[in-house]
Design a protein around this ligand. Sequence first.
Ligand SMILES: Cc1ncc(COP(=O)(O)O)c(C=O)c1O
Length: 416
Amino acid sequence: MTEYIPYAGPSVSDLEVAYVAEAARDAWYRGAGTFVRRFEQSFADYVRVRHAIAVPHCTSALHLALLSLGIKNGDEVIVPECSWIASAAPITYVGAHPVFADIDPTTWCISPESIERLVTAKTRAVIPVGLYGLPADMPAIRKIAEKFNLHVIEDAAQSLGGKYSGKMSGSAADIAAFSFHGTKMLTTGEGGMFVTDDEAIFERAQFLRDHGRSRANYKNFLNTEVAYKYRMSDLQAAFGLAQLERIDQLLEKKRKLYQWYRMRLGDVAGLALNVEPPEFVNSYWMTTVVLDPSLGLTTADIRSRFDEYGIDVRPFFHPMSSLPAFAGYPKVEEAQKGNKAAYSISPRAFNLPSALELSEAQVDRVCSLLKTVLRTAGRSRKLPRSSAAPDRPMKSRANSMSSGLKPKAPKRSLPS
Ligand SMILES: Cc1ncc(COP(=O)(O)O)c(C=O)c1O
């Protein structure tokens, strides 16, 4: 029987176990909050920002960001078409509405030109997303934001460790939000971080995430506004702190996974993989493939074949303006008509398994199957087979598994 290959998952060492055990024993009474404070300080140092606030998830960090900036009913916030719904849903929590911008056909991140076209008198902010590990074009986006007086909230849920012009992803926006969901580069099970350099925004966010209680009033239990309870526990923070101490190792493994894929698929005709433009560092959270239209294949075709073999591939994000969740929202029909790159790429793109514990042999197995699927599809459509599509990776197959790809019965999958 062939083994199941998941699309994502963490790397957990004895360090996480030791820190969580320490928190379980000591982070109460006078020790309460110690791991949260250490995690926040170390995270702020890593991202090179002044303030970090640990929260229950990235969704709450984005909600806090919009609240802290005073974004409200009737405002517009520009977000990329292709991202997880959590990039846009919090905009609706504050009564504003998302305006979906097209993506860049090469980086797949929000297109700065598209942002500029969509700005109106009601636009208050833009939320660029570091997609699959590559930060959005923050220098260009900052220029547009300055021109139109917009706030920038970077959704760095997927781009921890990525860089632009020497800056860490999350350090060049008014506020940035990170996710520590179990599928992410760094995990706390569920969790997130709100970061900012701005003192006033930091104080407002602290107040709003603690039921409208200022830090000065902490022990008076005096609430001056109805707000939210968005805190992280010491147990999660202890896990996160250990992960952060191992961040270079985690990033190196993601880069290695990408290189293993690139070595085997980089020269296959009709496949485009993640890019790393000059001046950018891609953290390669998820190795991603876009199929050329000439192959005549869709993401659904690939997924159904991979499902037979117990290999998870995850579809590229659907354009959010196509989701039933946003039907009837303002400007959705314009987005459906105008956002050509998002609508063209999404149905023929997918993420390859990128779990932190994958081996080179497993990557080899994934690539062999993908090449087999492409070859079979090519034959059935009488397409010329690319001479650049070798059956074998170009480098050593020392770790490779046997070529037997037998269908596997039950499919298991991770939550999103
Ligand atoms: C781009 C993006 N933004 C936001 C989120 C939300 O993160 P969380 O699940 O921590 O709320 C995710 C999670 O998958 C994401 O990928």
